[in-house]
Design a protein around this ligand. Structure first.
Ligand code: F6P
Length: 454
């Protein structure tokens, strides 16, 4: 047991469907055993997260991913299903392909089905046919963005989905999706348990937002921020192409600003980055607009990057809100258009002539096929998911921690959220890179944490 920052106990033990008795047909140079782990905390020294202060954590961490010497399922009998849920993400097809080829070539599994349109594919009333996935069907799919299975948002009844798994005699379901999908997968697991069935549920966390806890990285994230970084460079070209030019760029990132922050650090061309984790004000001496004005006076151009979830409090005070999408996510107000209008109003009122180019790469950052490092990563995640499935593991996803592929209980990940730490070293680097003040607010209490306005 381990405690997360809300002091709730977090258990990293991976559930197993039953004893493993079959010698694996997978010929490994070295098999991995369940007690090989990578530590959760790796820092030493006077830090609250250090091993020195938390000796229990020294012996505790994530199970290492990889092939087990004995497996649970008989490869000649097992039937597997794959589903992709939530928003699209670069690398989905790479994960599907890697799972299928690993199962097909290395374990000899012959019955693999792709359920279409997310969890809907498991509910007969939608009428989505299951696709047969074999090496022929998947051989070229990694060259394409999107998902050959397509996707959908929103939960479906776990009872109906488990009915379908039973009817089709599926023993393992691979769920490739984000936090909503993992929550759905956990509900599936408890329905499976209630019926005392031996069906494994293996997650592969997918999100360009990189906001899944207990994995340092999710596939598609790197491609998304690389494309976003190219867009920032474009905004910079536009901004420097006119006197008092402003390039304003809105990027995805509903609750977490990782895409914006990483793209800014990669491009090094932005002067302001606004993320959901760091509140800001528009006006007042230390608000964003006066800072932008001073930057323009000083340098004659500015690039502003805003994550879609930033500054929602500013807009809601004017427009209200609260509607949700099929996944239960609050529909965000358009911070990009809002800022575009507020910047224009303010600079006009200040009598400054300016040119503002508003850029929204939107879905372009996630519809592309993965770049090399993401393709590599997505492929290994798929391979590790297949190993976990054959070993009879369940209610878990494949993570990445301390440069190791790991197995993580889904229950642990849905117990908390992952956000940028405004007091952490990473955000510090972002602030150093843009030169923006740490906090663009006026209240003395909030400003107390501002150690380095420039
Ligand atoms: O969940 C990932 C994400 O990229 C968010 O950053 C973004 O708000 C959302 O997807 C948009 O996706 P959709 O329009 O498909 O709901």
């Amino acid at each position: 047991m381990f405690e997360n920052e809300t002091q709730e106990p977090v258990d990293f033990t991976i559930q197993q469907l039953g004893p493993r008795k079959i010698a694996s047909p997978y010929k490994a140079y070295q098999y991995v055993s369940d007690d090989q782990r990578t530590l959760y905390h790796t820092l030493t020294g006077p830090s609250s997260e250090s091993l020195a202060h938390d000796p229990a954590a020294a012996s505790y961490g994530f199970e290492l991913a990889g092939p087990r010497e004995k497996i649970y399922f008989d490869p000649s009998k097992i039937r597997c299903g794959i589903v992709t849920c939530g928003g699209l993400c670069p690398g989905l097809n790479n994960v599907i392909r890697a799972i299928v080829l690993q199962l097909y070539h290395h374990y000899g599994v012959r019955n693999i089905y792709g359920f279409q349109y997310g969890f809907e594919g498991l509910v007969p009333r939608y009428g989505h046919e299951a696709l047969i996935l074999d090496h022929e069907r998947v051989k070229h799919i990694h060259q394409r963005g999107g998902s050959i299975l397509a996707s959908s948002r929103g939960p479906q009844s776990p009872e109906e989905m488990v009915d379908a798994l039973e009817r089709l005699n599926i023993q393992v379901l691979f769920c490739i999706g984000g936090d909503g999908t993992l929550r759905g997968a956990l509900k599936l697991c408890s329905q499976i348990q209630t019926r005392n069935l031996k069906i494994g549920v293996i997650g592969v966390p997918k999100t360009i937002d990189n906001d899944i806890p207990y994995t340092s990285r999710t596939f598609g994230f790197e491609t998304a921020y690389a494309i976003a970084a190219a867009a920032i460079r474009g905004a910079h070209v536009e901004a420097t192409g006119a006197r008092n030019g402003i390039g304003l760029l809105k990027l995805m990132g509903r609750h977490a600003g990782f895409i914006a922050a990483n793209a800014v650090l990669a491009s090094r061309d932005a002067n302001f980055v606004l993320v959901p984790e760091v509140p800001f004000e528009l006006g007042g001496e230390n608000g964003f607009l006066p800072h932008l004005y001073r930057r323009l006076e000083d340098r004659k151009h500015a690039v502003v990057v805003v994550a879609e979830g930033a500054g929602q409090d500013l807009i809601q005070s004017e427009e209200g809100g609260g509607a949700t999408d099929a996944s239960g996510n609050i529909r965000l107000k358009d911070i990009g258009v809002f800022l575009r209008d507020k910047i224009s109003e303010y600079l006009k009122a200040m009598g400054m002539e300016f040119t503002l180019k508003y850029i929204e790469p939107s879905y372009l950052i996630r519809s592309a096929p993965p770049q090399a490092n993401d393709a590599l990563f997505a492929g290994i995640l798929g391979q590790m998911a297949a190993h976990a499935a054959m070993a009879g593991k369940t209610a878990m996803f494949v993570g990445y921690w301390n440069n190791q592929f790991t197995y993580v209980p889904i229950a642990a990940a849905v117990s908390r959220t992952k956000r940028l730490d405004p007091r952490g070293n990473f955000w510090e680097s972002v602030i150093e890179c843009t030169g923006q003040p740490r906090m663009m607010v006026n209240s003395p209490e909030l400003l107390k944490s501002d150690r380095g306005s420039r």
